[in-house]
Structures are given as C-alpha cells and as structure tokens.
Design a protein around this ligand. Sequence first.
Ligand code: NAD
Ligand code: UDP
Length: 315
Amino acid sequence: MPSSRPTSVVTGGAGFLGSHLTDRLLAEGHRVIGIDNFLTGNVANIEHLAGNENYKFIKHDVSNYIFLPDDVDYIFHFASPASPIDYLEHPIPTLKVGSLGTHNALGLAKAKKATFLLASTSECYGDPLVHPQREDYWGNVNPIGPRGVYDEAKRFAEAMTMAYHRFHQVDTKIVRIFNTYGPRMRLRDGRVVPAFIGQALRGEPLTIFGDGSQTRSFCYCSDLIDGIFKLSQSDFHEPVNIGNPREMTIKQFAEEIIRITGAKSEIDFRPLPVDDPKVRQPDITRAKNVLHWEPRVDFDEGIRKTIDYFRTRLD
Ligand code: NAD
Ligand code: UDP
C-alpha cells in the first residue's frame, strides 16, 4: 500500500457502521486496515473494496492480541455485537470484545502513537431517568440483567479509554452512538429498523414489543459517520453523543414504515424484552458546539434509501 497517506485501523470493519466508516476514510485519502472476525459482520459489506490498493483486510478476533507491523495514525474501535439479539446470543464474546478487545486496541494505539476512537453507545445510559440524555448523565444500567453484557462492556471500555488517555497520554475520543440505521444492516439482526422493514416488505405483521409507547430517535448512517469523522479530527476527549434528536414511539415508527412501504401489514404485539429502555433521545448540544455537527438527512429520505436496499436483500 502507498504510505504517504494517514493509516487508519477499523476494528469491526466488515460490520454495518465499520464498512461505512471505511468508505468515508478512503474518500478522505486514508489507507485503511480493516480487522474483523465476522461474528456479526458480512463479507458483502466490504467486497466492493477488493483490489483497492489503499485497503487491507485482516481476519482476526481483536479480543486476542493484535499484531500489526504497519505504522498507524488512527484506530477506530468498532468491533462488538451491536443488536440485542446478537449480544444476547454471544454474551461472553460481547463482554470480551468490550473489555479485552478494547484493551488490545488501546495497547496498539499506545504502541503506534495513534489516535484512538471508541464506538460507545447510548446504552451506557441504560433505561434513562434523565431525558433527553446529556453526556454528563451517568446512566441507569442493570449490571446483572441480560443487556448488562453489552452495556457494562461499553461502560468498562469508556473507563479503560479514559485511563489510557489520563495515564498513558493516548489521544482518545469516545462517541456515544444512538440508534443508527441504513443500508448494510443485516435484514435479520433483530433491530427494529430491519425487522419492521423486512416484515412490511414480506407482508407479515410488524412485531411491536410491549405496547409500542417506548421511544427511540433514529439517525441515518451517513450523518453518524460524518459526526464520527469530525470527532476524530477534534482535540476533544470526553464522550460526545452522536444521533438524531427526532424522537418517536415504536408504534409511530411502525405506522411510518407501513405508510412508506404501502404494506397491508397488521401489528402483532409481543412481550417487552427485560430492561428495554422506555425512552431514548440524544441531547446533541455538545456535538453542535464542539464539532459544529448536526444531522442533515431527513427521516423519510433515510428510510426510503434503507427500504430500497432491503428490497434487494429479501429472501
Ligand atoms: P455490526 O454487528 O454490523 O458490526 C460489528 C462488527 O464487529 C461485525 O462486523 C463483527 O463481526 C465485528 N466483531 C465483533 N466482535 C469482534 C471481535 N472480537 N473481533 C473482531 N471483530 C469483531 O454492528 P454495527 O451496528 O456496525 O455496530 C458497530 C459498533 O457501533 C459497535 O461497537 C456497536 O456497539 C456500536 N454502536 C452501534 C449502534 C447502531 O445503532 N448501529 C448504536 C450504538 C453503538
Ligand atoms: N422492537 C420492537 N419490535 C422488534 C424489534 C425491536 O418493538 O421486532 C423494539 C425494542 O423492544 C426497542 C426498540 O424497538 O424498544 C428498538 O429496538 P432495537 O433492537 O432496534 O434497539 P435498542 O434501541 O433496543 O438497542
């Protein structure tokens, strides 16, 4: 690979967000080294990069020691199961990649004198008692509930990241990502966006968990990646929320999907999963002030692009 460009490592590089981030970094003139063990990722997300002289892929589980001879300028640590179905199916790999994987990625950043960016999550706020969520809220997480494997792994990852910043002076950043959607999500990853779109396109009932009064705020992937790239170029070390503050109930979301797809689907109410957060909405004041970032893609536009993608993936 040519070496005059900055080099970025993306762990979880074959996943939904890792692959979009890779495309953005390549467009910004970086060389990119993707690392992924395909636990929840998909080779289809990166096959368009085959033959790109600025891209290299390494199949590796980052919970094990990462050996990399290359010089590295940035490490984006995105490896982790992210959908509730995935992390409930892989609880121990989720805990390991958030803890051991983050430790290994930070160790690599320290050895290479690279900037480190952690993909953290709004799940750090748990079932929040403060609404909307600001970065100075410490959260309401059940450590021993089924979701604890993800939430606590990410909270540990944030603590480890700040320790490497304070104790080893590593240049670190932390993004708390709120529900993000778009092409390259797995149709059956269980998250509400692919679940409802898949059900609507197949003419099946939409499965609402609980009474559908719980809220989420959905951000289109290109907006999120833009915020993350800006954060990587900043000198800000505290966590930054990146998400779209447009909040809706899951019932409203189901109705929007039925409207936009024109489906005849009905609603099938199912039990609410344990510890499912009742509300979620990012306060993005910090991102606006520090990064001069705010989302630009409107809900209808983002959802239509996502529906078009899923139409091509229906089985
Ligand atoms: P994803 O499942 O599509 O991508 C995660 C990738 O990490 C997959 O390719 C998977 O194979 C890989 N991976 C998992 N464990 C690994 C390991 N031990 N070693 C190497 N690779 C490993 O999920 P995503 O939505 O792209 O999420 C990416 C990151 O963003 C995750 O860290 C997630 O916690 C975070 N995040 C995502 C959202 C969202 O709405 N999409 C919200 C909050 C946080
Ligand atoms: N949800 C739902 N039906 C589904 C999948 C999810 O009603 O088929 C609900 C889920 O209980 C949660 C919200 O949609 O309240 C968002 O779920 P998702 O798994 O996308 O992510 P979360 O925000 O919970 O991490």
